[in-house]
Design a protein around this ligand. Structure first.
Ligand code: FES
Ligand SMILES: [Fe+2]
Length: 369
């Protein structure tokens, strides 16, 4: 048999597995936060949950810092939106913080709290490792671990290049799926499902073949595009005055373990997704669409972007809905079944994902993998 064994179904719904994943997958590895251009102004911020840790990444007068998004006073969220522009000031009683997490302001301190410098130091927010690769930002909660460069290996140069090429944001948003986060990731890691799941959408867009490479849990799947989308993009590039990426010209898809997926279409459009666990059988898909930059550095007008958005929103949404329906049907069955699934050679990217997951999780599990 060439096929390999998938992860046991219980890891798609058990609370103890998710608890281990919080610490040993999400808090251990470098997690993608966003692009530097999303945090270019003073007070710009992005929030996200990494395992058990609420994180805010904020611009303090040009300096970026990743801090615990929990007020030291009585534990309110410091920034509650997923992104925005606001000083790091608690909305509850107005305690404020500096870039290194130190307390900067405590209303009525002298009369009601009497905190001296030493006390304030103890009440500083935890600060986390923040590193960049080109225009992309990653955070790691664990103190110890490899640098971002060695974690990404050969993907460091790839992400650096594409993050500096695809700089024109077109759209972003998020969807809720009733599946474990791993099932959601798995839907983008093979094209074997295309004929069955996407006969009218993705099947007309890309050919059902893939060339797979990997480094640890990070994988690439290169799939040739059909002729029609290639022609469409060639015309669209002329119209938009953009040039095709010099390195990627088909449907080039990258997965960065544990939860970042990036698809490039004809070297022109980037579709990026992250998968956040929201419970054992709930996940949130965050997506962004970005166009490749213009050679002269000028920006594409909002009207043209709106037209692109209109064109892609429906296509993307239909494909995602098709994936959601099959993934949720697998999720429903996980609790009825005690046997792991099988993965064919064409699903090797899932195998590499599972291999990295097993290395992170299994040492902390006394149950089967
Ligand atoms: S909880 Fe933040 S200032 Fe009170
Ligand atoms: Fe799909």
């Amino acid at each position: 048999m060439i096929a390999k064994q998938s992860i046991h179904p219980e890891h798609y719904y058990q609370t103890k597995t998710l608890k281990i994943e919080h610490t040993h997958v999400f808090e251990k590895n470098w997690i993608f936060v966003g692009f530097k251009d999303q945090l270019s102004q003073n007070h710009d911020f992005i929030t996200l949950q990494i395992g058990n840790t609420p994180v805010v990444v904020q611009n303090f007068n040009g300096e970026l810092s990743a801090l615990l998004n929990v007020c030291s006073h009585r534990k309110a969220k410091l920034q509650s939106a997923s992104s925005g522009n606001r000083p790091l000031l608690c909305p509850y009683h107005c305690w404020s913080y500096k870039s290194n997490g130190a307390l900067s302001g405590v209303p009525q301190n002298r009369t009601d709290f009497g905190l001296d410098d030493e006390d304030k130091k103890k009440l500083a927010l935890k600060q986390f490792q923040l590193a960049s690769c080109g225009n992309m930002l990653f955070v790691r909660i664990a103190h110890q671990g490899p640098t971002l460069e060695s974690f990404l290996g050969p993907y460091f140069d790839i992400l650096k290049e594409i993050s500096q090429d695809f700089i024109d944001p077109v759209q972003q948003g998020s969807f809720h799926w009733d599946t474990n986060w791993k099932l959601a990731c798995e839907t983008v890691l093979e094209v074997y499902h295309v004929a069955g799941t996407h006969p009218e959408t993705f099947a007309k867009f890309a050919k059902p073949e893939v060339e797979i490479t990997h480094f640890n849990g990070h994988t690439t799947g290169n799939t040739p595009l059909q002729d029609l989308p290639k022609k469409w993009w060639s015309g669209a590039r002329k119209h938009l005055k953009i040039e095709q990426s010099s390195s990627f010209t088909e449907y080039n898809h990258f997965f960065i373990y544990p939860n970042l997926a990036i698809g490039l279409t004809d070297g022109s459009l980037m579709s990026l997704q992250t998968y956040e666990p929201k419970g054992t059988t709930q996940s949130q898909l965050n997506f962004q669409l970005r166009l490749i930059k213009r050679p002269d550095g000028s920006k594409i007008s909002d009207a043209v972007k709106a037209a692109i958005q209109a064109n892609f929103t429906e296509f993307n949404h239909t494909i995602l809905e098709e994936d959601r329906i099959v993934a949720e049907s697998c999720q429903e069955n996980m609790q009825c079944i005690d046997e792991p699934g099988v993965l064919g050679k064409c699903e090797d990217r899932i195998y590499h994902f599972h291999y990295a997951w097993r290395s992170d999780v299994c040492p902390h599990l006394s149950i089967r993998d």
